[in-house]
Each structure stands twice: as C-alpha cells, then as structure tokens.
Design a protein. Structure first.
Length: 564
C-alpha cells in the first residue's frame, strides 16, 4: 500500500508531500490543474521511462520519493530478497531522480538498483488503470491473463506448473533444434572433412620435418664445393707422396735411431701418432665424400617432398605442427558427427518426456479453467448489473485441446464474448462492445481482482470520461467496493465519485512571480463540500443549491458505506 509520496521539481509541482490513506481516495481539481501529475509521479516511482521534460523548468533534477507498506505481499518480498534488500519495519522507501543531463538514479531502502530491478520490485505494488486501458480488451490476446488473474491459489499453482513445464520443454527443444541444425551442417561437411583428413593422414607428417629437409637441401646445393675441397684434402693425405705415407716414412726413419737417444724415440712416437690421426681423418673424409656427393635423383625427391609440404601448409597451417593440430581437430569433428546420433536420440527421448509433462500440466490447467469459467461468468454478471447492464451476457470461450498451440500459459485459446442487448448473440468484445461498455467490463474485472488481494493499490486515471448521472453513481459505488479490499486512488472530475471516496485530495494551479505552481492538498469535510459543489455547478462560484447537492451526495455515500 502507498502510504506517502514526496514530489520535488516534477512538471508543475515545485514541492509537495502527500499522505495516502487506506480505502478509496479521489484526486479532483479543475481541468488543466495537473491532476494526472500525481499519477505520472507514481508511474515514475514505479520505474516507467520518462524524458527530461518532466523536470520543472529552471531546476537541475526531478525527485520523487514514496513509501509503501509491503507486509503480507509475498511477491514483493520475494523480489526484494532477490535484490538483497530488507524492508524496514514492514515498509520500503523508493526514491527516484532524473537530472537535466539525462542521468537517473533509483534507490530502494537506500540501495541503488537498476530500472529493471525497480520495475520487478514494484510490479506487484500498484496497478494503474489509465483512460484508454479498457481498449486493451479489444485484443483477445489479453483476455487469458484477465481470466487467469481471477483464479484461486490452486488455479495459480496450475499456471505456475504449466509455465515451469513449458520452460523445461522449451529448453530441450532449443537444444534439440540446435543439435539437428549442427548435424545437417556437419553432414554437408563430411565429404570435405573426409578428404582433408585422408590428405593429411597420407602425407605422413612428422614434426620438424620441413626444417630438417630444408637444411638437407642447403647442404646438397653445396655438394660440388664440398666434394672439391674434400678431394683436394684426400689427395694431400693419400698416395706415395701423401701426408700419411710421408708421416709413416718419417716415423720409420726415426725408429732406426730411436735407441740412440730419447729425443729420437719421442719423435718417432709422435710421428706414428700423427700417422694414425691422418689415417682417421682420411676415413672421415672418405665417408663425407660419399655423403656429400650430389645425387640428382635424391635432390629431386627431396624437392618433391618440400613442395608437397608447402602445398599442404598453404591449405592447413603455417607449419607442420599446425597441420598436425588441424588433422587432430578434423578427427574430433568427424568423431562428433559419427557420435551425434546417440546424442540426438537422447535429446529426442528427453523432448518426448518433457512434452508429456507439459501436456499433463496444461491439461490440468485446462480443467481448472473449465471449473473457473462458470464462477467467473456469474461474478462478471453480478458486477455488470449495477453498472447499468442487467441484460448483458458475458462468456469466457475456451477452445479445448489445441495441443499444437504450446505456450507458457497452456494450449487453450481463451476469448471473451459479449452481448449487451437481449436477443443478440454473443460475439467477440472487439466486434460488439462500445467504449463505455468496455470501460465497465474492465472495471468489473478490476473489482474481481481486487477482491482476491492481488495488488494492494489500484489507481484509476480519469476512466470516468464520458459517463454521468446514474452510471457515474454506479461506477462510484463499484470503486468504493474495490476500496474495501485494497487501496484505491482515482483521478476524477465527477462529483458522484468524489463524494463516494473516503479521502479527497484537491489539485490546484496558481501563478506567482512569473512561474506556475501546482499544489496537492488533503481536504477536510467543509473543503470537500465546497470542492464537490464546484464540480456540481461547473463554475468557480458556489451557490447554495450546488452546496446542498454536494452535502446530499456526501451523506448518501456515508449511508451507503454504513449499509443504511
């Protein structure tokens, strides 16, 4: 319930603080005084999107602060718990401001929240019914929600279970569709993948192979130079006059005189050692000469292999290692394709299970709607009679077992049918109901919802436009009935509705120092009589007749609420 609201620099209001009471309250005032600014302020505090034009000219920002009682409102308490916000003694304070820079700040109990969080918290606090909201009934898509909102706890539980089973089915359905799409796409790639994998596998790639072959080719290109130098070295070492033979001859000469002096003996040993070292060198050069000899056939094969690797690298990666990685990835993708049948089968089994669960939940919801249908239609009839439509026929048409229509609210197709005149068949509301009739149908629906304590505060913004006399009295009494179950705030220009209210606020506009000001004032008894008299007369001057009429209206309203 809305208990208090403070407004600063919002539209024409410079500063205003309003205490709201339980029951039925009305906001009155001359046309153009700014009555709807109060409703706009509530909309703003509830999280509605608004532009900088709401900021009072010449000020930096608009600020609205409101206090709500949230005791006994489990949906609001749940939203607060999700946002990790604790009520203070059963109340929450919401503050919202918007600056000229376009920056806005929302606070709940001092904690900053996002605009979407604010709307989630407040959506179960206030229900605002605007001047043209009844026209939403022209869209049959809104009828199901209106109908279901009149159900009891068991019906709401059936709705919840249907929504949960639908979400579970939708989640599996999304996975299954994605899997089937992936399979189709993968199947189209299978031939390509098979070819790529075969090509890479037959290449018998080895890590580091390209670098090794490139180095070998460099050596082979130097083969002629290497061979020439090696042959020259071998010529110097080998033959009768080669270094090896000369070293051996010198060693033999020294051996003949080695026993005459230790020096000759040492030289002989050193020469023989040189002989062995030169012989070993010759063997190494012989082996390398064989290795470095240019083999045109081997070079051609090596070039072919390098060309093959370069071709594959252009297709699959910059290095052999990249290609080996690509080969592994292709293998995994092919494996996934081959294993997709099992995954798909599992998803299909789960989809069938979830579908069956959904059909069961939606079936129970369908049965609950059929049970609600009779009491709903009777209740609507009872509400329409005092609103001047005693012969009206109102039906809730429920199309049975449309199992191809899966939604989170079941498979039913629900539509309101209506006839205002005897002998005329019921038709869709959009085809038969006038604007005034739609307004009264909506008011009846609001009354039914209020009796179930769905929303603690209901606001009507000039929904009485176009009615008067006996119908105005009927609407006033209906609003008073709603006020028995929840807090009602109504912006009105009709004296019958103003008189029926428990509390009345007057909105007035004045000008001073070149500025326009709008004020909101709680009226006492005498002030109420004068305000209602002004509404009766339609003029600023109040005569005794209009004042007497106002007192009569107030007295009749008091007697009606007292049951007299």
């Amino acid at each position: 319930m809305l208990t208090q609201m403070t407004i600063r620099n919002f539209a024409l209001i410079e500063a205003a603080s309003v205490l709201f009471r339980p029951g039925f309250s009305v906001v009155t005032g001359e046309t153009g005084a700014g009555k709807s600014i109060v409703v706009d302020s509530v909309n703003f505090i509830l999280g509605a999107r608004m532009g900088k034009e709401i900021i009072r000219t010449g000020t930096d920002k608009a600020v609205v602060e409101a206090q709500f009682s949230v005791d006994g409102n489990p949906r609001v308490l749940s939203a607060l718990a999700i946002a990790q916000i604790e009520p203070e003694d059963g109340y929450i304070t919401i503050q919202r401001e918007l600056s000229q820079t376009g920056r806005g700040v929302c606070r709940v109990c001092g904690a900053i929240v996002t605009q979407s969080q604010l709307r989630e918290i407040t959506k179960s606090l206030v229900d605002i019914h605007g001047q043209h909201e009844h026209q939403s009934l022209l869209d049959s898509g809104t009828h199901e929600a209106c109908f279901d909102s009149c159900g009891d706890e068991s019906h709401r539980d059936a709705l919840k279970k249907t929504e949960e089973s639908y979400e579970a089915l939708a989640a599996v359905d999304k996975k299954l569709k994605a899997r089937l799409k992936a399979i189709r796409a993968a199947a189209e790639r299978r031939d390509i993948l098979d070819f790529q994998f075969k090509e890479l596998k037959e290449a018998k790639l080895k890590s580091g192979e390209f670098e090794e072959l490139s180095e070998r080719r460099k050596r082979m290109q130097m083969s002629e130079k290497l061979t020439k130098a090696t042959v020259e070295a071998l010529s110097a070492l080998d033959g009768e006059t080669g270094a090896i033979a000369q070293a051996l001859s010198a060693a033999s000469a020294m051996k003949r005189i080695a026993d005459t002096d230790e020096t000759y003996d040492s030289i002989e040993k050193r020469l023989r050692s040189a002989y062995y070292e030169l012989s070993d060198i010759k063997e190494s050069l012989d082996a390398r000469l064989s290795e470095d000899s240019l083999d045109e056939n081997a070079l051609e094969k090596l070039d072919d292999r390098l060309d093959e690797l370069r071709k594959l690298m252009r297709k699959y990666g910059m290095t052999v290692e990249d290609m080996l990685k690509k080969q592994s990835e292709i293998a995994q993708e092919l494996e996934a394709i081959s294993g997709s049948d099992e995954i798909t089968s599992s998803l299909k089994r789960e989809w069938k299970k979830r579908r069956e669960e959904y059909l069961q939940s939606a079936g129970r919801l369908h049965e609950s709607r059929l049970k609600l249908k009779e009491s709903f239609e009777k209740a609507m009839k009872s509400h329409l009679i005092p609103l001047g439509m005693p012969d009206a026929v109102f039906e809730a048409s429920i199309a049975e077992n449309e199992q191809g229509r899966f939604t989170k609210t079941g498979y039913d197709k629900l539509e309101f049918l209506f006839s205002a005149n005897p002998g005329e068949p019921v038709k869709s509301l959009s085809a038969t109901a006038s604007g005034g009739e739609l307004s009264r149908v909506m008011l009846s629906l609001k009354t039914m919802n209020a009796s179930r304590e769905m929303i603690p505060t209901v606001i009507f913004d000039e929904i009485d436009t176009g009615i008067s006399g006996r119908m105005a009295q009927a609407v006033a009494e209906k609003m008073a009935d709603i006020g028995r179950y929840c807090q009602v705030l109504c912006v009105s220009h009709l004296p019958q509705i103003a008189a029926m209210a428990d509390t009345e606020y007057s909105v007035s506009k004045s000008a001073s120092m070149g500025r326009t000001h709008t004020e909101v004032k709680l009226l006492e008894r005498v002030e109420r009589e004068n305000e209602i008299a002004r509404m009766v007369s339609g003029a600023d001057d109040i005569d005794e007749s209009s004042l007497s009429h106002a007192r009569t209206l107030l007295k009749a309203a008091e007697n009606r609420k007292a049951g007299k």
